[in-house]
Design a protein. Structure first.
Length: 292
């Protein structure tokens, strides 16, 4: 074998090796490009999932309702954190796998916190429903008692036809002031919290002297007597009737000024409210006020 032949063989071998290496390198590049493309697709998919979860949580927070001020403030803080995470997600590059993983972890933490809030609010709502049911039952019981004893129409007709206004005592200078929760004057039914009723018992040297109670009845436009936890019943002409408020009075035969309050936690309806004052088993005065 001459030198020329040897040279050709070496050249062929080198070319074969070079071609083989180029084919292998191309295969490796293609494989790497495929893996990179797959990873980019996966990252985009992860970003879409994170965005969907954050958006869904934000909408759920909007639907969480509670009357607890402190809890509402905590809910707002979490909504802000969700908005901040969405903003960070918006500017994360698709190739930044580490950052995507960090945002996934933050999203899972936010989901766990939201689940705790949902449990708290469900518990509060359950308790509120229970309290509302109890309050409704109490109100129904009050209405049943009042309905069984009298209505304002019956009271007015009965008192006008059968009862003489007490002759010995008389309430004069009756003043009525309707107040809101800040003790400011108001004529609006939705702001009404209590009524202050003041009057003067006229002098009467023949009247019985000493301590006795003045009973105040406040009747709503539909005839129902307003009552609260401090209200009760008193005897009038042999039967028990309801009173809204009472005040102990020490009377010595001279003019005596008396003031008392009736407070309610319920919103009243607009209309005319009648006020009747009783003492010594007789009606000693009457007045009214209106709410709009």
């Amino acid at each position: 074998m001459n030198s020329t032949t040897k040279t050709l063989i070496i050249v062929v071998i080198l070319e074969t090796l070079i071609i083989g290496w180029l084919l292998y390198d191309k295969f490796q590049q293609k494989k790497e490009n495929k893996e990179i493309s797959h990873e980019l697709v996966q990252v985009k998919s992860d970003k879409a999932v994170i965005k969907e979860e954050l958006t869904s949580m934000s909408a759920q927070y909007d639907n969480l309702k509670t009357n607890n001020k402190e809890l509402n403030e905590k809910l707002e803080v979490q909504k802000e954190k969700i908005a901040e995470t969405l903003q960070k997600l918006k500017y994360v590059k698709n190739a930044d796998r580490t950052k995507i993983k960090q945002l996934q972890d933050e999203t899972e933490t936010l989901k766990t916190i939201m689940k705790d809030f949902v449990k708290q609010i469900d518990a509060l709502n359950t308790e509120n429903k229970k309290l509302h049911k109890e309050n409704t039952e109490i109100t129904d019981n009050y209405n049943q008692v009042i309905a069984q004893t009298e209505t304002l129409t019956y009271l007015k007709d009965s008192l006008s036809a059968q009862v003489m206004i007490a002759k010995e005592l008389k309430a004069e200078n009756i003043s009525i002031l309707t107040l809101n929760e800040r003790d400011n004057s108001t004529a609006r039914a939705r702001k009404f919290k209590k009524v202050k009723i003041c009057f003067t018992i006229d002098d009467n040297v023949l009247a019985h002297k000493g301590s006795r109670f003045a009973y105040i009845r406040v009747a709503a436009p539909d005839g129902i007597i307003l009552m609260n936890s401090e209200s009760g019943m008193f005897n009038f002409q042999g039967r028990e009737i309801a009173y809204s408020a009472k005040r102990e009075v020490t009377y010595n035969g001279k003019k005596t000024d008396v003031c008392t309050f009736y407070t309610t936690d319920n919103e009243l309806v607009p209309g005319k409210y009648d006020v009747d004052i009783f003492m010594d088993a007789g009606q000693i005065g009457e007045s009214n006020f209106s709410l709009k």
